[in-house]
Design a protein around this ligand. Structure first.
Ligand code: ADP
Length: 469
């Protein structure tokens, strides 16, 4: 199949979260399975043009707000896999960050149309146009109106909390027909919604775990789009994200001070010692190390962990924290680190190497998320023999099996409360002192297969299904 894959971030060029990882890995897995995949993404100012190909023939796109010239730079990443960067200085090249600019509707409306136009211009006639999250959502509508296409349009929801809702003034600006600006179409409570547009006008929808596919159909989990998703439930499939098992392999990870594997896990202790040193923690008698990595946002349950971590430190545990995000949460971590010197290490920032070392050096990995579409870190943890402590939500529930089960790989708790997390930590301590059991749980986690090949086969099935709407 020929797949046009449109995503507003692609690792390692741009990434604010899981989307960037997936937009790199899934197209690669599809290409390896024999498909022709063209990935289109913006060239943000932070991406150097040095290693990208030369500028291709420019295309002029007409919008009611004016014409915009799109240029492209292509990179052939592998057989059947081309990455194409959309170049536009005003909208992308000269801007700091990826999102959050006042004219995001124009920026990403342009991006969506540029992706479709380039494919047409270069004669890449896709069987499937695969859109990701709200940013390219306008393409789903365009394919049914101004930009008629034979392709099947698929939208993947990576996080339903991000919807791209804009004032109705963007409707005429983007050339969207007023006829679709109603609750059955693109309107969401008086706003023009990029995500809703994608969900209404795509032929099929996917999201990133089976459990999240159910949750987003509920009032609590649907962020206002649950009614629409219930209506489209027969077109909605939950497909678990894979992980890049080349990059995340403790036996071949260049970021680690010592390799280890399921057959010989001894190097992990070395990684732990080095991690404690890297975070400036006491080398003394070894208590369990609780790690966490991720965006510091309400979604991730950071506040719960900040409450519960103090007991774990007081009873002889360690905690290492890597992340960035909301200032209040960052400040609270720094304040706590000041109160627990030698026991709690905090790094504010985004650092791949440190993330790998936290995964390897921790004994337990804490993810008390309020909601979690799929989550990648718990899968990295399993692979690294680090026992995940997760809330039973979204993809966390699909990927971690609780200690109470015979096939246990981690610790799962239900309620979103400090008490439930504290109880989960008590169970972690009980496991910690039961060395043979801890060893067995670790080894079982390390044997899990979260490779992309399996997920890619499920995407293929969605791509190949006949068009219904
Ligand atoms: P989300 O997409 O909601 O942020 P995921 O767990 O799906 O959460 O993916 C987050 C990805 O970003 C993972 O690969 C994680 O390791 C990485 N990541 C998040 N914060 C940081 C950080 N501060 N430094 C390095 N990597 C990070």
């Amino acid at each position: 199949m020929k797949v046009l894959f449109v995503a507003s971030e692609v690792a390692p060029y741009s990434k604010t979260g899981g989307l960037g990882d997936i937009a790199a890995a899934l197209p690669a897995a599809l290409a390896a399975r024999g498909h022709q995949v063209q990935v289109v993404t913006p060239r943000y100012g932070s991406i150097s043009t040095a290693s990208l190909g030369p500028l291709q023939t420019p295309l002029t796109l007409q919008f009611p707000f004016g014409s915009v010239i799109a240029r492209f730079r292509n990179l052939q990443l592998a057989e059947g896999l081309q990455l194409s960067f959309v170049e536009e200085e005003t909208y992308f090249g000269s801007r700091p960050g990826l999102y959050g600019h006042g004219d995001d509707a124009r920026r990403f409306g342009f991006f969506a149309m540029a992706a479709l136009s380039q494919a047409r211009f270069t004669g890449f006639d896709p069987d499937v146009v695969h859109l990701n999250d709200w940013q390219p959502g306008l393409a789903a509508l365009a394919m049914r109106t101004s930009f008629e296409s034979r392709a099947r349009c698929i939208t993947t929801i990576h996080n339903i909390a991000f919807q791209g809702n804009f004032p109705s003034s963007v409707v005429p600006e983007l050339g969207v027909p007023w006829a679709v600006f109603n609750p059955q179409g693109s309107e969401f409570h008086g706003h023009f919604s990029f995500l809703k547009t994608a969900l209404v006008y795509s032929h099929a929808l996917t999201t990133v775990s089976p459990n999240y596919a159910l949750e987003i159909q509920t009032r609590e989990g649907g962020s206002g789009l649950d009614g629409l998703l219930r209506h489209r439930r027969s077109d909605l499939t939950g497909i678990l994200n894979g992980i890049d098992d080349q990059e995340w392999d403790p036996n071949r990870d260049p970021h680690l001070p010592a390799p280890y594997s399921r057959d010989d896990i001894s190097g992990k202790e070395h990684c732990t010692r080095a991690l404690l040193e890297e975070f400036g923690l006491d080398p003394g008698p070894r208590g369990p190390v609780f790690g966490s990595v991720g965006r510091m946002s309400d979604q991730k349950g950071v506040e719960l962990w900040q409450q519960v971590v103090q007991q774990q430190l007081a009873r002889g545990g360690y905690a290492v924290v890597l992340g960035s995000g909301e200032k209040a949460l960052q400040d609270q971590w720094l304040e706590l680190a000041g109160r627990f010197p030698g026991r709690l290490g905090v790094k504010i920032g985004f650092d791949e190497g440190v993330a790998h070392r936290v995964e390897a050096g921790s004994d337990f990995f804490v993810m008390p998320s309020k909601f979690e579409p799929c989550g990648l870190n718990q899968m990295y943890s399993l692979r690294y023999g680090t026992v995940p402590i997760v809330r039973a939500v979204g993809g966390l529930k699909d990927t971690v099996v609780d200690l109470a089960e015979p096939e246990a790989t981690g610790i799962v708790f239900k309620a979103y409360s400090a008490r439930a997390l504290a109880e989960a930590c008590d169970r972690a301590w009980a496991l910690w002192i039961d060395a043979p059991r801890l060893f067995a749980v670790r080894r079982r986690g390390m044997a899990q297969d979260f490779s992309w090949n399996h997920s890619a086969a499920q995407y293929e099935a969605v791509y190949a299904a006949p068009k219904k709407v």
